[in-house]
Design a protein around this ligand. Structure first.
Ligand code: IPM
Ligand code: MG
Length: 358
């Protein structure tokens, strides 16, 4: 069966890194006979410029009709002044919510070769391998009501709503336990149950769901402590499950443990394995178009796509090993370079990974 993959390169360095990912997919197809049909579409600022909206109907249709989506990045200074609904980020949030991609998996792995690139001492991070499972279609990101209104006395007040239904909490909890079961069976749920009623319910429901996974160990942690523990003793964690906003913040912290945000892939899945795959780094407008972007997060996003949506775990393993080999050979994009090895550009890094596939 031919899998349909939609490539949405978006803005900034998105085009450069997805070009490397596309090259990799085509190469896997040629070399191993993987049946895949690639399509492309517009999202984010690029879509706004071309059509007046960051998520055109046509893109949404294509996304609905594909088995997996690879997204580059969205956003940039050119669009920051636009009203909220027109901003590039709305394109991304719209895709997540329209496609019901509620489970966001963000692995943070510190490759031994890059332990020195982290801002933390290498003994704290070397060998680190954690997975953040972030709820992606609810919480304060989507809660209503929201906006800026006139408050008593005539001044303006901004407001957002943190809201989770039990069903939303239990489905992300199940997803997280399923991930934990395939790893070390340890799950830490992160909340702010001491202050926010919504996350007190979160803790209650996750605990309830946990009874169905007696083989897994469930712990709970307040988000402020979790942020501290992530930089104090990150290896204590295996799988973390948390809300949309806490997951946004904690996953950026986790990114830094690995040496560079340029190394982090992600998968956003619905309940049937359809997924959108994106590098966690943003559009990095400052280096866009200069062949400096690290394509490894995009290539590792392809690895996740092969594993979670395309049913190709062996090819996924090959991509993972190829990335390790290029790092072993000392190839570094500029974000990874700490005085040792050879600096290469986006294109060259992409070619090097493909050359390492056996
Ligand atoms: C992320 C990003 C997005 C988010 C932005 C671009 C809307 O920071 O994927 O982590 O906040 O979810
Ligand atoms: Mg973020």
């Amino acid at each position: 069966m031919t899998s349909k993959v939609l490539i949405l390169s978006g803005d900034g360095i998105g085009a450069e890194v997805t070009a490397q990912a596309e090259k990799l997919i085509n190469n896997l197809a040629d070399r191993y006979g993987m049946q895949v049909a690639l399509e492309s579409g517009l999202v984010g600022g690029a879509a706004y410029d071309a059509t007046g909206t960051p998520l055109p109907e046509e893109t949404l249709d294509k996304a609905n009709n594909s088995d997996a989506i690879l997204l580059g990045a969205v956003g940039g200074p050119a669009w920051e002044q636009l009203p909220f609904e027109k901003r590039p980020e709305r394109g991304l949030l719209g895709l997540r919510s329209e496609l019901a991609l509620f489970a966001n998996l963000r692995p943070a792995i510190t490759y031994a070769q890059l332990a020195d690139a982290s801002s933390l001492k290498s003994e704290l991070v070397s060998g680190l391998d954690i997975m953040i499972v972030r709820e992606l279609t609810g919480g304060i990101y989507f809660g209503q009501p929201r906006g800026v209104r006139e408050a008593v006395g005539g001044e303006r007040e901004g407001f957002n709503t943190l809201v989770y239904k039990e069903s939303e909490i239990s489905r992300i909890a199940h997803a997280a336990f399923a991930v934990a079961r395939k790893r070390s069976k340890r799950l830490c749920s992160v909340d702010k149950a001491n202050v926010l009623e919504c996350t007190e319910l979160w803790r209650e429901v996750v605990t309830e769901v946990g009874k169905e996974y007696p083989d897994c160990e469930l712990t709970h942690m307040y988000v402020d402590n979790a942020a501290m523990q992530l930089v104090r003793q990150p290896k204590q964690f295996d799988v973390i499950v948390t809300t949309n906003m806490f997951g946004d913040i904690l996953s950026d912290i986790a990114a830094m443990l690995t040496g560079s945000i340029g190394m982090l892939p992600s998968a956003s899945l619905d309940d049937r394995g359809k997924g959108m795959y994106e590098p966690v780094h943003g559009s990095a407008p400052d280096i866009a178009g200069s062949d400096k972007a690290n394509p490894l997060a995009a290539l590792l996003s392809v690895e996740m796509m092969l594993r979670y949506s395309l049913g190709q775990p062996q090819l996924a393993d090959k991509v993972g090993s190829a990335v390790k080999s290029v790092l072993d050979k000392g190839l570094r994009t500029i974000d990874l370079y700490r005085g040792e090895g050879v600096v290469v550009g986006t294109e060259e890094m992409g070619d090097a990974v493909i050359a390492e596939l056996e």
